[in-house]
Design a protein around this ligand. Structure first.
Ligand SMILES: Nc1ncnc2c1ncn2[C@@H]1O[C@H](COP(=O)(O)OP(=O)(O)OP(=O)(O)O)[C@@H](O)[C@H]1O
Ligand code: NI
Length: 324
């Protein structure tokens, strides 16, 4: 039996600033099984992007990973040399960014970038690599792959660029794709289209994905599992069904209430009362207690551990995920 694809344990990442130490990640636990699509959701500042950057070891000074472990196929990523880590980033774990320009080089044609990437990761000739590139461009619904191959990134629209960067990601043949809000920079109709394409590509290629988003609706459509982040911790984890049907953590319940109801389009959007904590000085006890409708006195002083088991767990002293 193989272990999980990715296993993050008690991960702590901080940034030293003039104002003090920002405790961005305060003990993140997250497991992704082979072939799983996991949505990472939470309000702005909860630590979603820092989690992604920590997995890829892209946290730069004055930031750093202070504690915990990250294992990919059982291999400890935090113990690798910079060179080995570079190989992991080029081959095993790839990231799709909000701004597709980040993953495309402006000075090379799409052809040379895709052929190089594919050739680098597979034992094929340039001609074969080009055929594979065309196949990937067809998979992302590019009507004229030959023309796209001849293009330079600036000749493509935002939506096309993002599709090319998805095709490029396939060229890496990665074990895990991390996508950090990859469609938010696009306008709404293009967003929908790119999302559909990505969904199809992921199921066709049976990829494992960590999908970072604010949008619980997207997660419900796209993912198998959901991890809810709050103040630098995963506070609830479970299948999409469990999270939507029997959410245990009061924060998850509040987050679900903020999803717009398509049957009541004129209803005012609900927001969660209060604001996210200052990570320079996070609250004692449960970080959500100042905003929590169900908080009890003990929540102010005792930090909850995850309870419930592998399938569905939540870090809450009041509500037990296994009893939902
Ligand atoms: N380079 C940095 N220097 C200092 N603090 C940082 C840095 N990068 C992130 N942080 C802090 O770490 C915390 C987590 O940030 P992160 O970007 O992971 O949030 P997020 O959940 O991705 O939010 P968003 O949804 O807005 O992208 C925040 O408090 C943020 O201010
Ligand atoms: Ni982010």
């Amino acid at each position: 039996m193989n272990g999980p694809l990715l296993e993050i344990r008690d991960l702590e990442t901080t940034f030293d600033t003039n104002a003090g130490t920002v405790e961005a990640l305060r003990g993140v636990n997250l497991t992704i099984e082979e072939g799983e699509r996991v949505g990472l959701v939470g309000e702005s500042g909860s630590g979603k992007s820092v989690t992604a950057q920590s997995i890829l070891r892209l946290i730069e000074s004055p930031g750093g990973i202070d504690a915990g472990s990250i294992a990919l196929h059982g291999r400890d990523l935090l113990g690798l040399s910079d060179r080995e880590m570079q190989r992991v980033r080029g081959r095993d774990v790839t990231m799709i960014f909000q701004d597709p320009s980040t993953s495309l080089d402006p000075v090379y044609s799409v052809r040379s970038q895709m052929v190089e990437t594919i050739g680098h990761n597979r034992d094929v000739s340039d001609a074969e690599a080009e055929e594979i590139a065309k196949k990937y461009l067809e998979m992302v619904d590019m009507p004229n792959p030959d023309r796209v191959l001849d293009s330079y990134p600036h000749e493509l629209s935002g939506g096309m660029k993002q599709r090319v960067s998805i095709a490029m990601t396939l060229g890496f043949d990665p074990d895990l794709i991390i996508a950090d809000e990859p469609t938010t920079a696009l306008d709404v109709t293009v967003q929908k289209k790119v999302l559909e394409i990505f969904k199809d590509v992921v199921s066709e290629a049976e990829l494992s994905v960590l999908w970072i988003t604010h949008n619980l609706g997207v997660v419900a459509e796209f993912c198998d599992k959901i991890a809810v982040m709050y103040a630098g911790e995963v506070v609830e984890y479970g299948s999409v069904y469990d999270i939507f049907d029997t959410p245990a953590h009061p924060y998850t319940r509040e987050l679900l209430r903020t999803i717009p109801n398509i049957n009541r389009p004129n209803e005012e959007l609900r927001v969660i009362e209060g604001s996210v904590p200052d990570m320079l000085d996070p609250p004692e006890g449960c970080a959500f207690h100042p905003r929590c409708p169900d908080a009890e006195p003990r929540c102010r002083t005792t930090r909850p551990d995850p309870v419930g088991g592998d399938e569905h767990e939540a870090s809450c002293l009041v509500h037990d995920a296994s009893e939902q």
